[in-house]
Design a protein around this ligand. Structure first.
Ligand code: G5P
Ligand code: MG
Length: 226
């Protein structure tokens, strides 16, 4: 049977999951699936699922597990013949168990970034509410200050990205992520990275993947029985 490599990246909001995932996808040719991207896509398309998830995403709250698994697992089933990397999924123990029923991960990367660093990154975050497009005034600012690049509509800053609310969200992330991290630790596939700069963390992740991808590929994912 063909062998494929399956990985996931976890970390609090603003920890660099997206930035690192893109580097991994580019360097190692993995298919990249971001839960946040699919959520924003369904919001922008005004689908039924989009309307349902919009209020959660806008408030920085977790979308219910059954909605997330319905969004993500069919996409993974379609990729049963590929190596892939998940960004932002699974986020809860229930999601991790649902994923486990579909296929066994080879590697989980967990990013530990200090609160102060996350606060600095996220307090500069502005959002286009209709589409969920995210800007950062320091690193990826909009072309016109305060306006969405695509529609020209005004950007807003969520109350959730203000310091007090951010602290609560990060605490919530820790609580929810802990059992997921423990699960992957017990399976011997968890690798944690700490630091304040993505560029300093990246060489370690790069080197880990170089080793793992050539030694521990898994069987193709099993199709779920309905
Ligand atoms: P997302 O889309 O998964 P978040 O909030 O978890 O969103 P986000 O904002 O996408 O996380 P990230 O991907 O961890 O952050 O980080 P990033 O985008 O790479 O970097 C953040 C910023 O820091 C960027 O501007 C980047 O340029 C900058 N940066 C990166 N590295 C450095 C560095 O070294 N130095 C500096 N100075 N800057 C750097 O999820 C969105 C929402 O969808 C729902 C939830 O509501 C969630 O809030 N959701 C789910 N709900 C339930 N279950 C799931 N599985 C869900 N998945 C998504
Ligand atoms: Mg992201």
């Amino acid at each position: 049977m063909a062998k494929f490599f399956r990985a996931a990246i976890m970390g609090p909001p603003g920890s660099g999951k997206g930035t690192i995932s893109k580097r991994i996808a580019q360097s190692f040719g993995l298919q990249y699936l971001s839960s946040g991207h699919y959520l924003r896509e369904s919001i922008a398309a005004n689908t039924e699922a989009g309307l349902l998830v919009k209020s959660y995403v806008e408030r920085g709250m977790l979308v219910p597990d059954h909605v997330m698994t319905r969004l993500m697992l069919p996409r993974l089933e379609q990729l049963s013949g590929h190596s892939w990397l998940l960004d932002g999924f699974p986020r809860t123990l229930s999601q991790a168990r649902a994923l486990n029923n579909l296929c066994q991960l080879d590697l989980v990367i967990s990013l530990n970034i200090p609160y102060e660093t996350l606060r600095e990154r996220l307090s500069d975050r502005w959002i286009h509410p209709a589409s969920g497009r995210v800007y950062n005034m320091g690193f990826n600012p909009p072309r016109v200050k305060g306006k969405d690049d695509v529609t020209g509509e005004p950007l807003i800053q969520h109350d959730d990205d203000k310091p007090e609310a951010l602290m609560a969200r990060l605490r919530h992330y820790k609580d929810v992520a802990k059992p997921v991290i423990d699960l992957y630790k017990s399976q011997g596939i968890l690798h944690s990275f700490s630091g304040t700069e993505t560029d300093r963390i990246w060489p370690y992740i790069n080197s880990l993947l170089n080793t793992k991808m050539h030694t521990q590929p898994s069987d193709a994912c099993q199709s779920q029985t309905p």
